[in-house]
Each structure stands twice: as C-alpha cells, then as structure tokens.
Design a binder for this molecule. Structure first.
Ligand code: PHE
Length: 350
C-alpha cells in the first residue's frame, strides 16, 4: 500500500472514531486543515520537476477527494444519529393517561342573578348596570338623603379618592343610584315627547350589581349584591309592586304557597316604604318571616330629580339581596362561604 492510500485509510478510521460533530471537525483538521497532511504534501510539490508535479499532484488530489468523501459520509452519519437520538428522546408516550380539564360552573350568586334577570325579563323589565364607584349625589343626595340625614349612618361605606369634600366618590352602598341613572337616560331620550305632553314609555328596569358597606359577620359581607327594581309610569301603584314582587318570589322559589308580607318601614327615597318578608309553608325554614327586600313608592322628590313631574308620574322601587335569596334557596347559613373562594363549596351548585 502506498503512502497516499495509507493516509486515506488512516483518515477513514480517524473519522470513524469521532462520535460527535465537534470531534469530527478536529479529525478533519489533521488531514485537510492548514497544517494537515494533504496540505503539507501539496507544499512538497514545489520542489519537483514539471512532469513529476503533474503525476504526483494528480495522485494527491485523488487522495484528497477520497478523504473529503469519507468526511462527508461521516458527517451525514453523525447528523442522522443525532436526529434519531433526538426523536427517541422526544417521543410521545401515548400510553400516559390524559390530563382532565375539569368543567367550570357559575357561582351560586351568579346563578341567582341569572334567575332574577330571566324572571323579571319575562315580566318586561329591562336590564341595566351601573358604576360601583358612585358619587355622593347619586348614592345619597338625589335619593332624598341630604348630607345631614340620619339614614346615611346606616350606609357607612368606603370613600375613594377623586372627588371633592362637597362631592366625594364612594363605593355605592346600594343599587338605588341606578334608579336615577336609568331614569335620567330614559327621560333624556323621551324629553321632547314628555315636554309636548305626549308622555313617555314606562320605565321598567332591574339593575343588579355589587354594593359595599362597612359590615362583616355571618350574614353581612363588606361586598354584597343587590338588585334594584324600578317601575315608573302614569298609573303604577303599590298594588303593582305587590303582585310583581309576589310573582317574582313564587317563581324564584318555585313555590305557589309562599306567603309575602309588606311590613311598614322607612327609606328616604320611598313613601310609603315597606320591608318585604317571605314565609315558606314547608321545609326547614317553614313558618319564619324572612326579610328579602326593601321597597316603596318612589318619593316625589326623587321623581322630580329624574326630571319628571311627580303629579303625573308615579311608581315603585325595590332593592333585594341576591346573596340572601341564594342562602334561602340553597339552605346556606353563612354568607361568607360564597366569597371565600373554596372550590369544594362552590362546585356543589352546578
Ligand atoms: N336601597 C335600599 C337599601 O339598600 C333598598 C330599597 C330599594 C328600598 C328601593 C326601597 C326602594 O336598603
């Protein structure tokens, strides 16, 4: 075997020993690099005669091509091996059990709100929502509750930055500000017809949402829900309030023999005012009167603040507690359970 064949041999076995691409590139340098054997042989040609150069040069070139071919072959083999190893490492194990995606559900209070909306919707009530950060004016003053009114002390709440001392912002203590917000928008839409004496379509709306007071025990949470109701027209009376609310409670609790009682009460923005109590005839709560809402005929001053003539427009409002309704419907005795976020409790309602 001549010296060139031996060189090709040794290159082949050198490449074969390389097991990573980096090792292969190192082995390549030994033969084809700047100081590699082939390069050195080429340099040696300079000392030869022209015919010798020709034949020796051709032989060295053949050896060089053979080494390059061996190098490329080994490169491909290493790349292939690497790919195989990668595929093997990343293989999907289809025998593993899949991950469960537990199905979600609505919060019990949300279920109640949906129920309230559906029942009042079926009675022709619109649905409205309003801001939780409210002005002192909408929350109190416009509702016939001026700054020095003692009823304000029952609505201690959280004041927030942004307003002035005379007109602070606060977290609304009830949804009653929505009576005004909704009525004002409605009256604005129909202003021309109202002024022309043609009147306006009745206002019939419910406004559910979050409300806030400084209160915290088993039946009070600093954040709680209310749902306001308002019906204003030219001939809406207390008897309408009684049948609407009675129908609502019977539909909500799916009980035809539920008793209702309108107990005289006081709110600055209604006159007369009544607390609404319900009584189940059967079940664990049977016989007890349970308060579920405040209500009353909208006070003339509030009707006036809506931009309407209280001699012509009259109606009723109510504010109920969806949290309370949820507790009664499901027999839950601690309100805080609804807001602790314990999935074991919440999941039971779906
Ligand atoms: N806003 C009253 C409350 O939070 C409830 C109410 C609403 C009473 C509408 C009368 C009319 O206590």
């Amino acid at each position: 075997m001549n010296e060139l064949d031996a060189l090709v041999q040794s290159a082949r076995s050198g490449f074969a020993q390389a097991i990573t691409p980096a090792e292969l590139e190192n082995a390549k340098a030994q033969y084809l690099g700047k100081a590699g054997s082939i390069t050195e042989l080429m340099k040696g040609l300079a000392a030869l005669s022209v015919p010798e150069k020709k034949s020796r040069g051709a032989a060295i070139n053949l050896a060089k091509q053979a080494i390059e071919a061996a190098l490329n072959e080994r490169r491909r083999a290493l790349a292939q091996a690497e790919l195989q190893a990668q595929l093997k490492a990343e293989a999907l194990d289809l025998s593993l059990p899949g991950r469960q995606r537990g199905s979600g559900g609505l919060h019990p209070v949300s279920l109640t709100l949906e129920r309230i909306e559906a029942i009042f919707g079926s009675m022709g009530f619109e649905l409205a929502e309003g801001p939780e950060i409210e002005s002192d004016w909408f929350n109190f003053t416009a509702l016939n509750t001026p700054a020095d009114h003692p009823a304000r002390s029952m609505h201690d709440t959280f004041y927030v930055e942004g307003g002035s001392e005379q007109a602070p912002y606060l977290l609304r203590t009830h949804t009653s500000p929505m009576q005004l917000r909704y009525a004002l928008a409605h009256v604005k839409r129909h202003r021309a017809a109202i002024d022309a004496g043609a009147g306006m379509p009745e206002i019939r709306v419910i406004a559910p949402g979050r409300t806030y007071r400084v209160d915290s025990d088993a039946t009070h949470s600093p954040m709680f829900h209310q749902c306001e109701g308002l019906w204003i027209g030219e001939n809406v009376s207390f008897k309408d309030l009684k049948y609407v609310f009675t129908d609502f409670c019977r539909l909500f609790f799916e009980s035809d023999d539920l008793a209702l009682r309108f107990r005289p009460s006081f709110f600055p923005f209604t006159e007369p005012s009544a607390e609404v109590d319900i009584q189940f005839q059967s079940g664990p709560l049977a016989g007890r009167w349970l308060e579920v809402a405040g209500s009353g005929q909208v006070h003339p001053n509030v009707v006036r603040n809506m931009g309407l003539d209280p001699e012509r427009y009259i109606g009723f409002a109510f504010g109920m507690g969806p949290d309370r309704l949820t507790m009664l419907r499901y027999g839950v005795n601690d309100l805080r359970l609804f807001f602790d976020g314990d999935i074991r409790f919440l999941a039971q309602f779906n």
